[in-house]
Write a protein that binds this ligand. Structure first.
Ligand code: ADP
Ligand code: MG
Length: 223
């Protein structure tokens, strides 16, 4: 089976001159379709940096990083943007637009797809029903609870059926039951759509959903 993510000898630093600090050292990792992988590790160990590199949100400095068969080392900006649109992102703070309804927020993820407005709306609505928010689709983020907002964010991340979903501490701001619901939902959808999920978490309450767990310390992956 070919990997969706293939990383070899990836190293990343921030800062210049004396202030230069290596935050990722010699990362080697392969992720496969249909896998849910948890990434744990102390604050500052480099988890978000790794996730943003995988999401084509920053440039690769050293090593090789292949996403969906494309090499990101040395890739042009335009190629990074294109790849970014093929990845589903779920962040700690849901990042919904407050001035848009739940449906409109989910529709945003379909903007670049060649669908009619009507089709976009139907897909968005169906996805919101899947995450249990069918009856709240016309509400604005301010009218939703934390768990509901995070479910809108999941719907938005998955509506375009991405092959890769990157989630950075998606349960951090949720109580334990909502956190578990959110993770179970990500897990179910990932299995249905056969995508790769990398989920960064501090949350020891949800470790049991992992099929595979990676741990990061001081910029290094320890198996
Ligand atoms: P984690 O997500 O595991 O908490 P991060 O990847 O956010 O870790 O951060 C790893 C290290 O890189 C930390 O020491 C952090 O301060 C540093 N860092 C992260 N982003 C930047 C940045 N944009 N500029 C400089 N240093 C950064
Ligand atoms: Mg982080």
């Amino acid at each position: 089976m070919s990997s969706t993510v293939a990383i070899t000898q990836l190293t990343h630093s921030f800062g210049k001159g004396n202030l230069r600090r290596t935050v990722l050292s010699d990362i080697n990792l392969a992720l496969y379709p249909g896998e849910i992988v948890l990434l744990t590790g102390p604050s500052g160990s480099g988890k978000t940096t790794l996730l943003t590199l995988m999401g084509a949100l920053r440039s690769v400095q050293e090593g090789s990083l292949q996403i969906l068969g494309q090499e990101l080392m040395g890739a042009k900006k335009q190629q990074l943007v294109k790849l970014r649109n093929q990845i589903g992102f779920i962040f700690q703070s849901h990042n919904l637009l407050d001035c848009l309804t739940a449906t409109e927020n989910v529709e945003m993820a379909l903007k670049l797809h060649s669908l009619s407005r009507r089709e976009r709306r139907d897909h968005a609505h169906k996805m919101l029903s899947t995450v249990g928010l069918g009856e709240h689709s016309q509400k604005y983020p301010a009218q939703l609870s934390g768990g509901q907002k995070q479910r809108v964010a999941i719907a938005r991340a998955l509506v375009a059926q991405p092959k890769i979903v990157l989630a950075d501490e998606p349960t951090a701001s949720l109580d334990s039951q909502s956190g578990r619901d959110v993770v179970t939902l990500i897990q179910q959808l990932a299995h249905q759509q056969h995508c790769t999920v990398l989920l960064v978490t501090h949350d020891t309450r949800i470790l049991d959903i992992a099929e595979r767990q990676l741990h990061m310390e001081d910029g290094r992956l320890c198996a």
